[in-house]
Design a protein. Structure first.
Length: 338
């Protein structure tokens, strides 16, 4: 699926329509931060709960989404000011139309840190899919074309000389169901989802994403192009508060510098937003298992972002004329691998 002019204009139209319902947030007012109920969004949760946004001069409101694409549309329209999401074809196409800008990095794969897993269904595993070397021709789950799942599956299989058959299933829940029932053969996902699935016996871990994409910039911080260019004070203040939340998260949950009591306190905080349908004792292991590195001070790995753009262009998913500068504003944070 290529994000052509018509589809991108449809996204922009949806953004404009939603913008009629609620006035865009003005600078100095109450910025709205988009989030998903995932541990990878913990920087925002911690910054809000521990007063770091207030310390940065912001009275922040969180708005939750079920998927990344609606969040991108809401930011393009001005209904939401800041968000964290994976780079996708849809996001790049919105940036190409002057609607959004990536301004920092969030979740990263890091060698030595337990990150995203490559999974096989039990049926595929029993038939011999026991490592990424066997992904050629296998049915690999993804939400949509141009998603992070599409990128990971293509890069991992390609490193082993293979090409999977990608199956678009729109939602993570649908992918999980298809994998458990053997309707698809493989997938890759963050550890707090992968490990419980593997523990059930219906799914098997057959590799680590970091072995193939060792410094993959999984998610990024983004905002509207207007905020990036015209609301520098607001944007810097957001990144300051967010960065303080990220520092707490890394020190406690990833580097484990602060001891078990601090981990328990942070699990309690995160549980207000993640796995809220589970009792604390059942949610805690998954929250702890999901502890992947968030980039210090929202630094962004430009080399990884460039690789993602090049892959999307090679696949015909985005305009071949788009440059990094089209959607990436590196003036706010430090860069990695540039």
């Amino acid at each position: 699926m290529t994000f052509n002019r018509r589809q991108t204009l449809a996204l922009m139209g949806a953004a404009a329509a939603s913008g009629l319902a609620t006035p865009a947030i003005a600078s100095g007012k109450k910025p709205v931060v988009g989030a998903l109920s995932l541990t990878s969004h913990s920087g925002s949760f911690i910054a809000l709960e521990r007063g770091y946004f207030k310390e940065a001069g912001l009275d922040v409101e969180l708005k939750f989404f079920q998927a990344a694409q609606p969040m991108a549309v809401a930011i393009a329209s001005g209904d939401v000011d800041f968000g964290v999401t994976a780079i996708s074809g849809g996001l790049i196409s919105l940036a190409d139309k002057g609607a959004v800008k990536v301004i920092g990095g969030a979740l990263s794969e890091e060698p030595g840190i337990d990150g995203q897993k490559i999974l096989a269904s039990d049926a595929a595993f029993q038939a011999g899919l026991t490592s990424a070397t066997g992904l050629d021709g296998k049915r690999f789950g993804m939400t949509t074309a141009g998603s992070s799942f599409h990128y990971m599956g293509s890069k991992i299989a390609g490193a082993e000389g293979g090409t999977p058959q990608f199956v678009p299933l729109q939602k993570v829940g649908a992918i999980i169901g298809a994998l458990k029932s053997g309707q698809i053969d493989a997938w890759s996902i963050v550890p707090h989802i992968a490990k419980p699935l593997a523990g059930s016996g219906a799914v098997h871990i057959i590799g680590n994403v970091a072995d193939y994409l060792p410094n993959y910039q999984v998610t990024t911080v983004f905002t509207s192009a207007k905020n990036a260019s015209d609301e520098r004070g607001l944007t810097e203040s957001f990144l300051k508060g967010f960065g303080m939340g990220v520092s707490d998260y890394n020190a406690t949950m990833v580097d484990k510098e602060n001891g078990d009591e601090a981990i328990n306190e942070m699990v309690d905080l995160i549980h207000k937003y993640v796995y809220t349908d589970r009792p604390r004792e059942k949610a805690a292991p998954s929250i702890i298992n999901g502890s992947m590195r968030l980039n210090k001070d929202a630094a962004i790995n430009v080399a990884s972002v460039a690789d993602q753009l090049a892959w999307m262009q090679a696949e015909g998913l985005v305009n071949s004329e788009i440059t990094l500068e089209t959607f990436l504003d590196t003036s706010y944070v430090e860069t990695i691998g540039a």
